[in-house]
Design a binder for this molecule. Structure first.
Ligand code: GUN
Length: 280
């Protein structure tokens, strides 16, 4: 079997075009503010891509870039101003933060109604208790891709590799809400390959280049690769050894061009949702 490649770039483009159409009918432009602190080069690339996509879809988007030595209280004061600004519907503070700033304190300071990352404990609690709220962008993008791929969800055995606050845990909640039978596996799990081989849906989100080998993948599985890592030759690779998995899976996302573009599209989707909820 050679897997079908799930084209995340094309799915994300369609999602963004749909958002642009909806925004064109609104009497206002949904406002997004991305806060970047310091000079982390990867963050620079992400933030520029977010800004470009947001402006192209008709959002009022701007990046606020602060120096690496910014103290926590200055950042909290900025967040308080953005929380109070009626033109701002979505606030995203790009992670990672410099060591003098506590990420938990920053995440908790964002108004949950403007928390387009879906990281605030109020939004995490809403997701876990199946109440409406803002959902983290990457796991939300994975659900879009699974639906686009036509993968049957109810009753499917799904394995999530990784237990992060940003991907693994919200992924568990979303797959469970879609009636999958979900197992979360991580660095302390015994027999990782064996657990992964049981998966009809395998979501890899550990940030280790090509950890998942071809023989970890069940014949006919749908494989979603969230990892974006630099391989030995400097090229971008996922958490899955793509060429090996290709001959076993039924469908697989590439890196780049799989989950990555969906994260930005879902950020924009969250910003529109936040704007409609706040301004209705
Ligand atoms: N850094 C890497 N991914 C993300 C993300 O989804 N949101 C934020 N705020 N920072 C990130």
């Amino acid at each position: 079997m050679t897997a079908r490649i799930i084209d995340g770039k094309a799915v994300a483009e369609r999602l963004r075009a749909g958002l642009a159409e909806r925004i064109a009918t609104l009497p206002f432009r949904p406002g997004l503010r991305v806060v970047r602190i310091g000079e982390d080069p990867a963050s620079g690339v992400y933030v520029r891509n977010k800004d470009r996509a947001a402006l192209a879809a008709g959002f009022d988007s701007a990046t606020i870039h602060l120096p690496a030595e910014t103290c926590e209280s200055s950042l909290l004061a900025l967040i308080a101003r953005l929380n109070a600004d009626p033109a701002v519907d979505g606030i995203l503070v790009q992670l990672p933060l410099p060591p003098q700033i506590r990420a938990d304190a920053v995440i908790a300071a964002v108004d949950p109604a403007k928390d387009v990352d879906g990281f605030h404990p109020v939004n995490a609690g809403r997701l876990a208790s199946r109440q409406p709220g803002l959902v983290p962008c990457t796991p939300k993008g994975v659900m879009h891709l699974l639906r686009e791929a036509g993968t049957p969800l109810p009753g499917a055995r799904a394995v999530v590799l990784g237990r992060s606050q940003i991907v693994g845990r919200p992924m568990l909640q979303l797959l469970l809400a879609a009636d999958c039978t979900v197992t979360v596996v991580h660095s302390r799990t015994r027999d990782l390959p064996g657990e992964c081989r049981r998966a009809e849906i395998l979501v890899a989100a550990v940030g280790q280049a090509e950890l998942v080998r071809g023989d970890w993948v069940a014949e006919g599985a749908t494989v979603i690769d969230v990892g974006i890592n630099r391989g030995g030759d400097g090229k971008l690779v996922g958490d899955v050894a793509f060429a090996e998995a290709l001959s076993r899976a039924a469908a697989i996302t590439p890196v780049p061009g799989g989950v990555g573009p969906m994260t930005i599209a879902c950020l924009l989707e969250n910003t529109l949702e936040a704007a409609l909820a706040r301004r209705s």
